[in-house]
Write a protein that binds this ligand. Structure first.
Ligand code: ASP
Length: 343
């Protein structure tokens, strides 16, 4: 164990290279466990992990639940529908209810930016030790997704040693609705921290020019960037300007629920210009892996044929890797006793 210092995990802008290394290497160890016959580790025995999801989720919530159970934690899942939110209870009071029930970790998802950070600061103010793990807040941040994408790429480039350095000098193309994507933002911090250059590609309505400077300064409230030298971000408008240089391609869902106005002409036109298919991948100079955080709109950001092509599409791999990555996060945050025992 080295210098892990995060009590809460809200976003990746404050992660050092050592933090990334620690999460990736722990996840890699956890990933190898099932094949060696061990199904559950006792690390979080007696700990309570609560998933507080105020916004829909398939992968993230189930994956956190499986991760927590694999470490022997107790798990309670809160879902907004059918809860006392309908009686007017606030998000903070909902969270405090689970804190009162003994939650050690609250995994929080909300459609508004900064809800996870606000809960973390409220808990600290009232002297509570419960940790907040951001499971996605509005369009701001989705750290566990950024980390599992990083691990999936590191594992692709260097399966024997999937460390942050596996990304050094790589060019990762991120395509589509960057503006509304918390996944893109988390990936920008993670990938550039590990020395990858990011090639962003999308129409101006979904990819404003300002994204080129996204990692140039730490976000408000954070004094320093712990990374000395980050990779660069470039913006292009056409697939033909990024795919020939890409070592990997990540495409993103059109976040229609976050679009306040109609930012697209038609879905057909979008697919034609930005859809990733076997045909558009011919623009690449070599065979490159394709990632998507899910859920996928088949035939919009990616073709159904490509989604089914396991030789290049890593979507299933991303889902699988989500579990050990979330185990690593839960372990680092909550398994103090196990850390001491150095399992
Ligand atoms: N599942 C990811 C998220 O929650 C990506 C998406 O919804 O498009 O942000």
């Amino acid at each position: 164990m080295t210098g892990w210092s995060h009590h809460h995990v809200i976003d990746l802008s404050s992660f050092s290279l050592e933090d990334y290394r620690e999460v990736l290497s722990l996840a890699h160890r956890f990933k190898s466990l099932p094949s060696s016959g061990t199904r559950k580790l006792p690390a979080l025995q007696g700990r309570l992990v609560t998933t507080l999801f105020f916004e829909a989720s398939t992968r993230t919530r189930s994956s956190f639940e499986l991760a927590a159970r694999s470490l022997s934690a107790d798990v309670v899942n809160f879902t907004a529908s059918g809860s006392s939110l309908r009686k007017g209870e606030s998000v903070l009071d909902t969270a405090l209810t689970y804190v009162a029930m003994g939650a050690d970790v609250l995994v929080v998802r909300h459609s508004s930016t900064n809800v996870a950070a606000q809960l973390a600061s409220e808990l600290e103010k009232s002297g509570e030790t419960t940790a907040i793990l951001n499971g996605g807040d509005g369009l701001h941040s989705h750290p566990s997704q950024g980390l599992l994408d990083l691990y999936t790429l590191a594992n692709y480039f260097n399966p024997l040693n999937p460390e942050p350095e596996a990304l050094l000098g790589k060019k990762i193309a991120i395509i589509g609705d960057i503006l509304h994507s918390r996944v893109a933002r988390s990936n920008l911090w993670a990938l550039t921290a590990c020395g990858a250059d990011v090639l962003l590609c999308g129409p101006p309505s979904l990819l404003p020019k300002e994204f080129e400077n996204f990692v140039d300064a730490p976000p408000p409230g954070q004094e320093l960037d712990p990374i000395k030298k980050r990779g660069r971000i470039h913006i292009e408008r056409k697939l033909s300007e990024v795919l020939p240089y890409a070592d990997a391609v990540m495409t993103l869902r059109l976040q229609k629920e976050r679009m306040k106005e109609n930012l697209l002409s038609t879905l057909d036109r979008y697919h034609n210009d930005y859809g990733i298919t076997h045909q558009s991948l011919k623009l690449c100079q070599k065979s490159v892996p394709v990632l998507h955080p899910g859920p996928v709109n088949r035939g919009v950001e990616m073709s159904g044929e490509l989604l089914a092509d396991r030789s290049i599409c890593l979507v299933e791999e991303q889902v699988k890797n989500g579990i050990p990555i979330r185990m690593a996060l839960l372990y680092l945050i909550a398994a103090v006793e196990a850390k001491k025992a150095n399992i």
